[in-house]
Design a protein around this ligand. Structure first.
Ligand code: CP3
Length: 357
């Protein structure tokens, strides 16, 4: 196929990396690997840096956020950095009263439950996020300068996963209040989700403008939705959050085996992230071969003896051969109690195996 000006194979730098090429469907000799939550509590150097600083303050301190982003890249030799931040950071930047409680997750001072709550929230201009995002842009610039040819993945939360926290006011198991709003007051739901999509799009835009080479939209809790609710109440908004990103896009969810085809968002997603419950070759049967897959090492396996981990990783890679291209990752985030040396060995193994049979 002739190299067009936009063909990553024809350019240098992070856009030509194995990771970015895999996302858009080009297999290379290198099997790209990174880990969700690679920056974080599994690393002693992270725990040391975080002493005395609250999570959201760390996210909005450029030197600190940049250093935390770089730690796992240096330590593990992964094929990408994932920007150290959180899905609620753009809400914080929009002026929403939110904190991240250690061991618990995001907590909102005022849950958004009624039409009046939605009115008040959506009166905030999504553009306020970009205007307040100087520390984010600064951190991304430090990171991308430091990373050189290694790509940085920017990210945002998908409207449903954000709403799952916002409507409840904090973490919940089945996200009942957010799901209830869809049916009890669909008008308010669509206004809320539409606003969240704009906020996430703005957050992605800031990271891309400052140098991120790819993005991932996290819809971690989408698995709690039926397929019809997903397509009616969620997919158009997630599509909106991602469609303006001018870089390759990954769309990820947990427990979304029944939603995989819809998570392509009509072709907007270049790569679909799959959790450990669905074998990659079975995911490809549903997804087809004009999208790449990412995943899906079971985080629970990281506790097993190395021989067991190795066999599991080899199986994941073998099943991933069914896809047009594969980005090796976990099926969800790195558990805090993970021995980080196991992650380093997985990176070495992935690079030994390679991207082409
Ligand atoms: O390394 C990375 O993946 C990049 C950084 C990142 C964080 N959060 C840092 C973080 C990313 C991509 C996220 C996204 C995020 N945040 C998601 C989607 C991904 C997923 O895991 O499903 C969700 C649902 C959140 C909301 C959130 N923030 C939760 C549930 C928690 C955990 C609470 C806890 O303490 O267990 C957080 C806090 C958080 N975000 C931490 C980190 C490193 C832990 C905070 C700490 O170290 O004190």
């Amino acid at each position: 196929r002739p190299a067009a000006a936009t063909d990553p194979a024809a350019v240098a730098g992070p856009a030509a990396s194995a990771l970015v090429r895999a996302i858009i469907g080009q297999r290379t000799d290198r099997l790209p690997v990174w880990f969700m939550r690679q920056a974080g509590r599994s690393l002693p150097e992270y725990r040391e840096l975080r002493v005395g600083t609250r999570m959201l303050d760390a996210c909005l301190t450029p030197d600190l956020a940049a250093e935390i982003t770089l730690q796992p890249v240096r330590r593990h030799g992964v094929d990408a950095g994932i920007f150290f931040s959180d899905i609620v950071v753009p809400l914080k930047l929009a002026g929403v009263d939110v904190e991240i409680e250690p061991g618990r997750g995001p907590v909102f001072a005022s849950p958004v439950r009624t039409a009046a709550d939605v009115d008040r929230l959506t009166a905030i201009e999504p553009a306020a996020v970009a205007a307040a995002a100087t520390p984010v842009a600064e951190a991304v610039r430090i990171v991308t300068t430091e990373l050189g040819d290694t790509p940085l993945i920017g990210f945002a939360g998908a409207p449903f996963t954000l709403a799952a926290y916002l409507v409840e006011g904090g973490p919940s198991k089945e996200h009942l209040r957010a799901r209830a709003m869809m049916h009890a007051d669909p008008t308010s739901w669509h206004r809320l989700a539409g606003w969240l999509a704009e906020v996430s799009a703005a957050f992605l835009g800031v990271q891309i403008a400052a140098g991120a080479s790819a993005v991932q939209l996290f819809d971690s809790w989408a698995g709690s939705l039926s397929r019809s609710d997903y397509t009616t109440f969620i997919a158009p908004h997630s599509r909106r959050a991602l469609e303006g990103a001018g870089v390759p896009r990954i769309h990820f969810g947990v427990g979304t085996g029944h939603l995989l085809a819809d998570m392509r968002l009509g072709g907007i997603a270049d790569t679909v992230g799959v959790d450990w419950r669905t074998h990659l070759d079975e995911a490809v049967e549903v997804l087809g071969t004009d999208v790449s897959v990412q995943g899906n090492i079971d985080p629970a396996l990281l506790q097993a003896p190395w021989e067991v981990v190795e066999a599991h990783v080899r199986e994941v890679v073998a099943r991933g051969r069914a896809a047009r291209a594969h980005v090796l990752n976990l099926g969800h985030g790195v558990p805090p109690e993970t021995d980080p040396t196991v992650l380093t060995r997985i990176v070495e193994l992935a690079h030994e195996i390679g991207g082409i049979e």
